[in-house]
Design a protein around this ligand. Sequence first.
Ligand code: S3P
Length: 426
Amino acid sequence: MITKFEKINKINGELYLPGDKSISHRSVMFASMAEGKSIIRNLSFGEDVKSTSRCFKELGVEINHFENHTEVIGKGFKGFTKPKSELDCGNSGTTVRLISGILSPQNFESILIGDESLSKRPMKRVIEPLSLMGVSINSNNGFLPLEINPVECIKPISYELQVASAQVKSALLLCGLHSEETSFIIEAKETRDHTERMLGLPVKVENGKRIIESSKKYYPHAKEYFVPSDISTAAFFMILTLLSKDSELLIKNVSLNPSRTGIITILQKMNGNIEVVNQQSSSGEDYGDLLIKSSDLVNIEIPSEIIPNIIDEIPILAIAGIFAEGKFKISEADELRVKESDRIKSMVYNLQLLGINVKETTDGFEFENNRTDFEIKAFESFDDHRIAMAFAVFSLLNKNGGEVNNFDCAKISNPNFMSQLNSIIK
Ligand code: S3P
């Protein structure tokens, strides 16, 4: 199905966005692992987090949604029950990778499956290091389904991550929580640190590398979680506002975890008028309001160290790049190739459709554009929520509008994109 977007006049107003997807997944997981009742406020209702909840329900956890909160009755240390069938992780890489770290130390067998896109994403990155912890996982040559076999006990490891991935790091840390002895997970490039923050895991920095400890001492207890709004979801509205004339938007309670705020830093350096107001903190996670005003953007050189921090925002950042002065260039971002779609290919395809002269590289893409108006085009979402929303924003900014094929996949992270948008278009 094709969704049509027309050029907007201006943006004005205030938005409350759904809970951060990464923090939501972890809240459901940690609450499920803990013994007894936890409360989660502002949980994401995107399809990905629903996949996590569905898996934990299959493992015997009770999860109930109320008007203003979600209640989880967790099963405690090794308290999960063997699922009756395969656990379906849907489209969600975070679900499958993190849950594999939680299920590896259980004393029953479990099988993880996913949709077509997830079935094409690499799982060796978790299987190999988990096997160093004594875990045995059968796979389809490094792809789903994963068959996790029961294991007597978990071996502690000292392991340096081979890919800059918070999902891999988290899988190992979560597995490590099931041993009395300490595991040390080392990362050379900092990735999002929600797992270590939310569990209160000790982190040391040595020779520029982060060393994170995990052991049973840090196994989660039942508690109350507040999930700040998703900065990756906010990014679409930030860029829409910056690039619309005479516009101003206040986005409330946005996650300001320093391992996620790269998009704000980059947009500010691009001359974007974004102010952080009313900063607060809850469960180790910072959040605050973002006040965004129309700006004339200029492309800048994007440093490679910031890539893991902005990895999910690159599609929408490239849209900002189209309307900003100068050359837009992304490099050292090969991880984009193994997201919900190959995001380098997806972006290049749609940019070429616009007639932009874009150069694809192994680890990124680059282009320079001087045009402001483009003919109406039907963009491909490649069933990837962030590609769909990126080209929806492009269409809303383009004089002739635009169309997005299967925009519905936006529900993976933000089922209410359309109503939020309609509430701020003036
Ligand atoms: C996530 C980590 C990132 C990110 C994904 C969510 C997480 O993936 O792209 O959307 O919640 O840990 P990688 O760990 O594969 O980089």
